[in-house]
Design a protein around this ligand. Structure first.
Ligand SMILES: Cc1cc2nc3c(=O)[nH]c(=O)nc-3n(C[C@H](O)[C@H](O)[C@H](O)COP(=O)(O)O)c2cc1C
Ligand code: SF4
Length: 400
């Protein structure tokens, strides 16, 4: 793992007062904590954008002696590394957010599910948890709040991308193969060991702590109407300053490209391998839930990049990472990769390309979990926007 310092602009996380959010939360009722979060309009930063207060409210309402708060630190999406930075530099804020969540939903146990490849963070995180325990920020009667007990354990993933999907993550925590579950029931109702469980992204939990400290209105005043607040972006590829950046939601792709020193850009892959490839003609579009939603990964492709190679690279990843449970994803990714390789050799007809696109659309509809529902996105958008480039290659190969 590189020890080079990641480039960032100024992150809000560096300016918040430590544990102000937890202190404020413990002075409120559980319902008021969730109301504050609701006022902020915070939506999950893990990709799906589910309203955080709704998730917490459902878990709070569930009747059970045992409930869990899970921090999804599996970050396996190619091109995504913002959570790694947050866990390296702002772990206290994430744990503060988990503790607030524990208070809000009535959970006594939090679990950080850490990506296997981030094992170097295990020691530092364990030390921070121990330090917080010693400071009465975890354990019994936290901050003197009688009867409020919450503690955190750390569990390692083993390098499977699908284990970032919340139900596969829960299966993995239970010691089973990492395979997604049918939903409903949803984890807020029937999660870890059958108990109500909230699974939240690392960044979501850090923002939740900021919101309790600074107020829901503060957060809501940033971003757009349907996409409140600011967001971290993992920026990589053909630009002068790759790194982790914080911007308000609603920023256009072009504004982001200007900030990172990216010129002569052919396309941007928004949302990682499972996201969409956006061509230069659409760079005025906004990064927001109402336009192009994203978990934060932005991969920049300069004019010299071969877009079919990009699609092949992503498909190769999905063939490797499909858990194999359902046919559309298990077989579909193989078939798409086979087709993309034929395209590369110039041996794919128009009719076959159409069939491949139809297959991709079926996978989006018929796959059991988000992996198979999104694994064709990159291929389909690349074929849509770079058809001439791809078919030009076929024509050259056929002429040769
Ligand atoms: C294949 C796959 C991988 C995922 N990986 C992650 C991940 O690494 N981190 C994450 O927070 N969410 C990931 N998600 C989304 C989670 O299922 C879930 O929506 C998220 O953790 C909820 O947190 P949030 O509401 O705070 O965004 C993944 C989803 C899928 C389908
Ligand atoms: S969509 Fe893919 S990863 Fe998800 S259950 Fe089906 S085979 Fe497994």
């Amino acid at each position: 793992m590189s020890t080079m310092k990641t480039i960032t602009n100024t992150l809000t996380f560096s300016s918040v007062e430590p544990d102000a959010g937890l202190k404020a939360a413990l002075s409120k009722s559980r319902a008021d904590v969730i109301a504050e979060l609701n006022a902020s309009n915070l939506k999950g930063r893990g990709g799906a954008g589910f309203p955080t207060s709704v998730k917490w409210n459902l878990a709070a309402a569930a009747k059970s002696d045992k409930k869990y708060v899970v921090c999804n630190a599996d970050e396996g999406e190619p091109g995504t590394f913002k959570d790694r930075l947050i866990l390296s530099d702002y772990a206290n804020l994430v744990i503060e957010g988990m503790t607030i969540a524990g208070y809000a939903i009535g959970a006594k146990t939090g679990i950080i599910y850490l990506r296997g490849e981030y094992s170097y963070l295990r020691g530092p995180l364990t030390a921070i948890i121990a330090k917080r325990r010693a400071a009465n920020l975890l354990g019994a009667d936290i901050m003197g709040k009688s009867g409020f007990a919450f503690d955190i354990i750390l569990r390692m993933g083993a390098g499977a991308y699908v284990c970032g999907e919340e139900t596969a993550l829960i299966e993995s925590l239970e010691g089973h193969r990492g395979e997604s579950r049918n939903r409903p029931p949803f984890p807020v109702d029937t999660g870890l060991m059958g108990n109500p469980t909230i699974v939240n992204n690392v960044e979501t939990l850090a923002w939740a702590a900021c919101i309790l400290g600074k107020g829901g209105d503060w957060f809501k005043s940033m971003g757009t109407e349907k996409s409140a607040g600011r967001k971290l972006f993992s920026v990589s590829g053909d630009c002068a300053r790759p790194g982790v950046y914080e911007f308000p939601l609603g920023i256009t792709i072009q504004e982001l490209l200007d900030a990172i020193g990216a010129e002569d850009v052919k396309a941007v892959q928004v949302g990682g391998a499972s996201g969409h490839c956006v061509p230069a003609g659409q760079f005025q579009r906004a990064l927001s839930f109402e336009d192009i939603p994203t978990g934060g990964s932005m991969i920049v492709f300069g004019q010299h990049r071969d877009m079919l190679d990009v699609a092949i690279n992503f498909l190769d990843f999905f063939v490797e990472e499909s858990c194999g449970q359902c046919t559309p994803c298990r077989e579909g990714n193989e078939k798409l990769l086979e087709g993309a390789l034929l395209l590369e050799e110039g041996r794919c007809s128009m009719a076959y390309l159409k069939d491949l696109c139809a297959l991709g659309e079926s996978m989006q509809l018929a796959s059991k979990c988000g992996l198979g529902q999104s694994s064709a996105n990159a291929f389909l958008s690349i074929v849509k926007y770079f058809k001439d480039e791809i078919l030009g290659r076929t024509a050259v190969a056929q002429a040769g």
